[in-house]
Unconditional design. Structure first.
Ligand SMILES: NC(=O)c1ccc[n+]([C@@H]2O[C@H](COP(=O)([O-])OP(=O)(O)OC[C@H]3O[C@@H](n4cnc5c(N)ncnc54)[C@H](OP(=O)(O)O)[C@@H]3O)[C@@H](O)[C@H]2O)c1
Length: 225
């Protein structure tokens, strides 16, 4: 049976963008939301946009988390801990979670160009604390903007993949490779997610100063395509 990828918070800009790109690449997507109806509507819009045999369903977050093989977290940092607590007993053993969350100060009323201090070091390390032991984690996609993902063109971005679980990093890197123009780079341990997350605040500032919506990152001098 084909694997299922849940995108929790997938009704938002980042989640919808990832759902669009991954469904277009042939993946079976489950959009998750706090309201099943909202997820179904997002799924319908994306199916219509992609056409053909696009496999995208909508459901509430717990149903998507319980059914999937891979889950991508695309909700705001302000709701992350509560959502993960709600899902703690729902995950199947062996599920791989990929965290895109950035703890932007904007999620609690501050500036989008700053990140909050997180006790655990990063949003991803907080997520690790709130997942059961049998669920593995990688952090990725934090620097790949929603506006860039929502288009049809190749994205022209590197995606740093951080984690302490090699299988989860491998799966996250494989998904990055399904997005035309994106290159996955091994970002090292999960603790490096704090650096990657803070780069997003910098990118938002660049977007504002240069009046664009699509600033991204590219690393040079590496022996990887
Ligand atoms: N936007 C970007 O360009 C971008 C780029 C890189 C990384 N990210 C990260 O990706 C994540 C999503 O970004 P976004 O711009 O798509 O965010 P968003 O639109 O604010 O939120 C995404 C979805 O999360 C759900 N949500 C909202 N508040 C929630 C709460 N308190 N608890 C649980 N779910 C909640 C909502 O879905 P329902 O109401 O349907 O549940 C919403 O549609 C963020 O952590 C962000 O830092 C975003």
């Amino acid at each position: 049976m084909a694997r299922k990828i849940a995108i929790l918070g997938g009704t938002g800009a980042e989640g919808s963008g990832l759902a669009f790109r991954l469904a277009k690449a042939g993946e079976h997507i489950l959009i998750g939301s706090r309201e099943a109806g909202r997820a179904q509507e997002t799924a319908r819009i994306l199916r219509e946009r992609i056409g053909g045999a696009a496999q995208i369903e909508g459901m509430d977050n717990p149903s998507a988390a319980a059914t999937c093989d891979i889950a991508i977290l695309t909700g705001p940092f302000s709701g992350a801990a509560a959502l993960l607590k709600q899902l703690k007993s729902v995950w199947k053993e062996g599920t791989i979670v990929i965290d895109t969350t950035v703890p932007l100060a904007a999620t609690v009323g501050g500036a989008a160009t700053r990140v909050l201090g997180v006790w655990q070091g990063s949003a991803a390390e907080q997520t690790r604390e709130l997942l059961p032991a049998g669920v593995s984690l990688a952090a990725a996609f934090q620097n790949l903007g929603a506006e860039t993902l929502s288009g049809d063109e190749p994205v022209d971005c590197d995606v740093l993949v951080c984690g302490d679980d090699e299988k989860a990093k491998q799966v996250a890197s494989e998904l990055v490779g399904k997005i035309p123009g994106a290159r996955a780079l091994n970002g090292g341990k999960l603790e490096n997610a704090r650096i990657v997350e803070s780069l997003t605040a910098l990118l938002i500032g660049l977007n504002m100063r240069y009046k664009v919506h699509s600033a991204g990152i590219r690393f040079t001098g590496l022996p990887v395509r």
